[in-house]
Ligand binder design. Structure first.
Ligand code: ADP
Ligand code: MG
Length: 526
């Protein structure tokens, strides 16, 4: 065994740097945070070869005093934190005094900074974390940080970087995420001497978003705002009926861009469909003591002290935002009455045995028969519980594969409370004795149901509702089933008796409405 030796200081620094600085975009992130912390209103980012050769960030912020410049590249040197208690009340993006030190130890670094137009500026050059030169020079108020040859002294890491184009894309994403949170600051990105992104100073987040999304897309976003003593949420979520052409999934915690796994989970659950990813841009304001930002060296992920509360609170907020807006849009004038016409003429048409097409007073609607039925069953079984249960004339006996039988044992009480009564019978045989009225639950549906429940966590919040969703999905009429006039009418009547006729329990839209005005406009009849 070789003897144990202490690592050289410079080696320790390089290892530590690797945790904060992973690639060019992490340098850009740290430098942008510093410029924003310095109160800059104009930030220019210049890169060459996706930042591998050069990253230069120029700001018009407060700058640094001459004696502070050498300190800035020291580890744990920060002007933003006096003692550890302060970690709980951070208003700055940076606070650990690590970024410049890390960058300095893995690149050739140059800082030029000035606090006052009427004074002279300071220039510092460093290599491997050591100061090579420090002198006076000229520069107006603000700071320029230049990072050359990133990872030149860590060839393996440098080798792991992807193509300049790929690294540039990540840099653009980074600038976008800060740019959206700070519309009052202008950002310019120059790559290979050419301006490739310009975010001029904007009056609002929506205005800034128009650099990245079409006007129509931005307008389709729904505003979401909720205040609560412990947490407030502000931002925009996409219209489930109008998916965005380019993904928008950004979250900020006290204005710091970061991810939190609960948010993505909630959004996917509410929007349901995977082909149509939810768009969201959400700002969370939270007392810092309820937040743990320190779990990740790059601060890119945050955790809540009470993630369950966040889960519930956000689910409610998003659902409320979607429902209110949806009802304003389609609900207002659309009700069961709209479908009734004086004459006994034909009112419904079925398209491809899957969608119901109907004329309403203000235009037409298309209803997805499967999700409509799903919504009806879901609300009915949750509301009426076991009362809806109807004894089967011929109980269904099913012999289950072994692993499904154990699931059955686990869920049978929940199933009974939702109207599916079944008994275990012998080794792995079950007998279904009653199912919710007006549903066609047979052998196949029970098998599919148990299969799906297999992967569901019983300790999950709202477990019963989750099971109800699965039952509703299995019991609902399928796409492709032909319906008579009477069946379509009954389906629509029952749908409008629901509390939320607009979205299926998984969050997919049930009704699409097109107004006569829309049609007229499309045909150029305005
Ligand atoms: P932190 O941001 O965590 O304080 P950094 O290593 O990123 O640590 O920066 C160290 C210090 O250097 C900051 O606290 C700040 O005082 C100073 N500094 C860095 N960048 C700038 C800048 N663009 N403008 C003014 N001061 C800066
Ligand atoms: Mg910093």
């Amino acid at each position: 065994m070789p003897r144990i030796e202490l690592l050289k200081d410079s080696t320790v620094r390089k290892i530590a740097a690797g945790e904060v600085i992973v690639r060019p975009s992490s340098v850009v992130k740290e430098l942008l945070e510093n410029s924003l912390d310095a109160g800059a209103k104009r930030i220019t980012i210049e890169v060459r070869r996706g930042g591998k050769d050069l990253i230069r960030v120029i700001d018009n912020g407060c700058g640094m005093e001459r004696e502070d410049v050498p300190l800035s590249i020291h580890r744990y040197a920060t002007s933003k934190l006096k003692d550890i208690e302060d970690l709980n009340s951070l208003s700055y993006l940076g606070f650990r005094g690590e970024a410049l030190a890390s960058i300095a130890s893995v690149s050739k670094l140059k800082i030029i900074t000035n606090t006052d137009d009427s004074k002279s500026a300071t220039l510092l050059e460093a290599e491997e974390g050591k100061i090579k030169e420090i002198r006076e020079c000229a520069r107006p108020r603000g700071t320029t940080v230049e990072v050359n040859a990133l990872f030149y002294n860590l060839p393996v890491r440098r080798g792991f970087l992807k193509s300049p184009n790929y690294e540039l894309r990540l840099i653009i994403e980074t600038i976008k995420s800060y740019g959206i949170a700070y519309p009052e600051v202008s950002f310019t990105l120059i790559s290979e001497g050419e301006e490739i992104l310009l975010l001029p100073e904007a009056g609002s987040i929506k205005e800034r978003l128009q650099v990245f999304y079409s006007k129509e897309e931005v307008e389709s976003l729904k505003e979401c705002r909720i205040d609560n003593p412990t947490i407030s949420i502000y931002g925009y979520i996409s219209d489930p009926l109008r998916p965005l052409d380019y993904p928008l999934q950004l979250t900020y915690f006290n204005k710091r861009p970061a991810r939190n796994r609960v948010v993505g989970k909630v959004m996917n659950e509410v929007y349901g469909s995977k082909q149509n990813p939810p768009g969201y841009l959400l700002f969370f304001k939270i007392p810092p003591e309820l937040l743990d930002v320190n779990i990740h060296p790059t601060k890119s992920e945050v955790r809540f002290k009470d993630e369950r509360f966040l889960y519930d609170f956000l689910t409610q907020t998003v659902k409320k935002t979607l429902d209110i807006k949806e009802q304003e849009r389609i609900g207002e004038r659309l009700s069961q009455q709209d479908f009734l016409t004086e004459e006994r003429e034909r009112k419904f048409w079925q398209l491809h045995n899957s969608y119901i097409f109907a004329q309403v007073q203000t235009g037409y609607v298309i209803i997805d028969q499967h999700v409509a039925h799903e919504r009806i069953i879901y609300e009915e079984i949750l509301e009426k519980r076991g009362q809806l249960s109807q004894k089967l004339l011929f109980p269904i006996t099913i012999e289950l594969p072994w692993e499904l039988y154990s699931i059955f044992e686990e869920v049978k009480d929940t199933l009974a409370s939702l109207g599916i009564e079944a008994k275990g019978f012998g080794e792995r045989t079950i007998v279904i004795e009653a199912v919710p009225a007006e549903t066609k639950i047979g052998r196949q549906e029970i098998l599919e149901l148990l299969m799906e429940l297999k992967d569901m966590d019983k300790a999950k919040l709202h477990y019963e509702e989750e099971v109800a969703k699965v039952i509703a999905c299995k019991a609902a009429i399928k796409a492709g089933k032909r319906l008579s006039q009477e069946e379509m009418e009954s389906l629509i009547n029952r749908l409008f008796a629901c509390q939320n006729p607009y979205f299926c329990p998984h969050g997919r839209p049930i009704i699409i409405r097109v107004s006569l005005e829309d049609l007229n406009r499309k045909f150029g009849r305005e």
